[in-house]
Design a protein around this ligand. Structure first.
Ligand code: ZN
Length: 340
């Protein structure tokens, strides 16, 4: 157990509500994680149960480190959208059917007796990376998360661009293909970045290329079957093992991502782009991850103004699955300091 005196008070609590788990933690004023845990999300049950459990678990985390709620200044919570951030309401997230129209900010604040801030989960993750992760060195940054979808957040000088209608930084739904045969996005509109650069999209593109009569040779043909369907990890592993076809699909993913980043560079001109999410091709420590990152940079440079090309910074995220609750706590801290 770390020495409690090594932490910098005051402390902040963070809650990250996902479709599978609720991740919670306590961080200190420097963003150092004091303690964290998670519990399964009961997506069909009343969220009142989850709020009570979050309070109980946070109380336990505090007491196990010789702390109590008196040393906690504020709490932050991130949830999937759609939401109404100004009203503090979760609206109608598809993966939380029992939580619709729930005033989570007020309920959580009442439960723990602290001011609460409320954010989109992707924007909260961006804030975590901005505060103590891959974006720590920068005053402005964008996070792009590559997973089953493409999410993201835009943070400029401690402010998360949440938008007037709580749909700010819906990076995955930028249009990167206006052709008639553009790919269909999960949101029902064609041509969005998510329909090209998410893990799901990479699997779909690979499956289509494997099924085409062009006769691509790839180890993926032997690996996939009804019992073991194609996955992003299989494509990544095959590329890493030298499969040229798989590598071409990974680099194509980087090229699509570059189209989105180029638009964002012209729109926002942030100091850095941070790539997070499950699909990082091994990240910094893997030759494939490095190759993917290099390709993103090279392809983006071809699409942007010279100064933006020269100064382009693209990095992998550093916090992993902790980014959400750390960022939610960080947003609570920023709000607390603003009011103080
Ligand atoms: Zn979309």
């Amino acid at each position: 157990m770390p020495d409690p005196s090594s932490f910098q008070p005051p402390f902040f609590a963070g809650v990250d509500v996902g479709g599978t788990n609720v991740k919670i933690g306590i961080v200190d004023d420097n963003g150092t994680i004091v303690a964290e845990t998670k519990f399964p999300t009961k997506a069909d049950d009343s969220p009142d149960i989850a709020v009570e459990q979050a309070k109980l678990e946070l109380t336990n985390l505090l007491s196990s480190h010789g702390l109590d709620w008196n040393q906690v200044a504020a709490i932050g919570v991130g949830t999937p959208g759609p939401m109404d951030i100004k009203a503090g309401l979760i609206l109608t997230p598809t993966n939380l059917p029992g939580w619709h129209n729930y005033p989570i900010r007020e309920k959580l604040s009442q439960a723990v007796g602290k001011p609460a801030t409320f954010a989109n989960d992707a924007n909260a993750a961006a804030y975590g990376e901005y505060w103590v992760g891959g974006g720590q060195a920068f005053t402005s940054m964008l996070l792009l998360t590559l997973g089953t979808g493409v999410g993201g957040g835009i943070i400029i000088n401690d402010i998360s661009i949440d938008g007037e209608h709580s749909h700010g930084a819906e990076i995955g739904h930028m249009n990167i293909d206006t052709s008639d045969n553009a790919r269909m996005c999960g949101c029902g509109v064609k041509g969005h970045l998510e329909a090209y650069a998410s893990a799901t999209a990479m699997v779909d593109r690979t499956q289509e290329a494997l099924s085409s009569p062009a006769g691509m040779t790839s180890s993926l043909r032997q690996q996939t079957s009804a019992a073991s369907p194609l996955s992003a990890l299989m494509i990544s592993n095959a590329a890493e093992a030298g499969d040229e076809f798989a590598m071409s699909l990974v680099l194509e993913t980087a090229d699509y991502l570059a189209r989105g980043i180029a638009d964002l560079a012209h729109l926002i001109d942030p100091a850095a782009f941070i790539l997070g999410g499950g699909m990082n091709f091994g990240g910094n420590h893997s030759p494939l991850g490095q190759k993917f990152l290099q390709r993103v940079v090279l392809s983006t440079r071809k699409l942007v103004f010279p100064v933006l090309a020269e100064r382009l910074v693209v990095k992998f995220a550093e916090l992993g699955s902790e980014a959400g609750f750390v960022g939610a706590a960080g947003m609570a801290r920023t709000e607390y300091n603003r009011r103080a």
